[in-house]
Design a protein around this ligand. Structure first.
Ligand code: CIR
Length: 253
């Protein structure tokens, strides 16, 4: 169960965020509305949300999930793989030090982004993406093992982050799309397959028994509900324009 979440208000500079989506620039007023609705949806799941001020220096800083991994034993501040995002961690480390006794760090030449890490109980799957390298992933695994946790690496080719295409919904179940449908790392799970035309819905988030899913993906919604979950739809279309999904907008612990 999650008790807390940390989010960061999007800044006006979000219009200059990294993107490969070709969906146009986000509209700031709508970004703020969608972000507020996202926070309200998490609160509805019984989670206390800390909202950090916007940081205009970093256009992508609202995608706060990428900056850290939070475990019951320690926080791990990431060294982001995207050059323009590296500075985001400095500020987050201060925030984490107020909440966690132990704050570990991923260091150069290792790079890891939190969107590449999927928690399954005490095990953490780490995608080797263009943002997360082997040295960084090994650093995270070494840190996890110090605290009785474990990690393993997942080869991947097609997606920005691991959790762009797979999300653990507890109960041995996960939603997956594309390359993760047949990926050897996930074959022991009950896989709820997300079709290519709804692949954005593979970035859903389990929070305290409910599944938050992006608005506008009816087949995925029906599939998840048929599998026994209550869903909460949240419109994050403005964040999609920057390759961002539901999970990347918060750190949950
Ligand atoms: C980026 O490219 O870094 C941002 N525009 C989107 C980050 C999305 N993060 C995530 O999926 N965890």
């Amino acid at each position: 169960m999650f008790k807390n979440a940390i989010v960061r208000t999007p800044g006006r500079s979000i219009v200059d965020g990294l993107s490969s989506a070709n969906l146009g620039k986000p509209i700031y007023e709508v970004v703020l509305e969608q972000h507020a609705a996202y926070v309200a949806a998490i609160e509805k799941c019984g989670v206390q949300v800390t909202v950090l001020d916007a940081d205009e220096r970093f256009p992508d800083s609202t995608f706060i999930e990428d900056t850290a991994l939070l475990t019951p034993h320690c926080a791990i501040a990431m060294n982001l793989g995207a050059e323009s995002r590296k500075g985001e961690t400095t500020d987050i480390e201060q925030v984490l030090r107020q909440r966690f006794e132990i704050v570990e760090e991923v260091r150069e030449p290792g790079t890891v982004e939190g969107g590449d890490i999927m928690m399954v109980g005490s095990h953490f799957y780490i995608g080797l993406s263009e943002r997360t390298n082997l040295v960084g992933a090994q650093q995270v695994i070494d840190i996890l093992e110090k605290y009785g946790l474990s990690g393993s690496m997942v080869e991947m080719n097609d997606m920005l982050h691991l959790k762009t295409g797979v999300a653990y919904l507890e109960n041995e179940s996960l939603v997956a799309c594309g390359e993760f449908l047949t990926h050897p790392a996930f074959q022991d799970f009950n896989i709820l397959p997300i079709s290519d035309d709804e692949s954005y819905a593979a970035n859903s988030v389990w929070i305290n028994g409910k599944v938050m899913i992006p608005m506008g993906y009816p087949n995925s919604k029906a599939l998840i509900e048929r599998s026994g979950y209550e869903t909460i739809e949240v419109d994050v279309s403005e964040f999609r324009k920057l390759d961002g999904g539901l999970s990347c907008l918060s750190l949950r612990f």
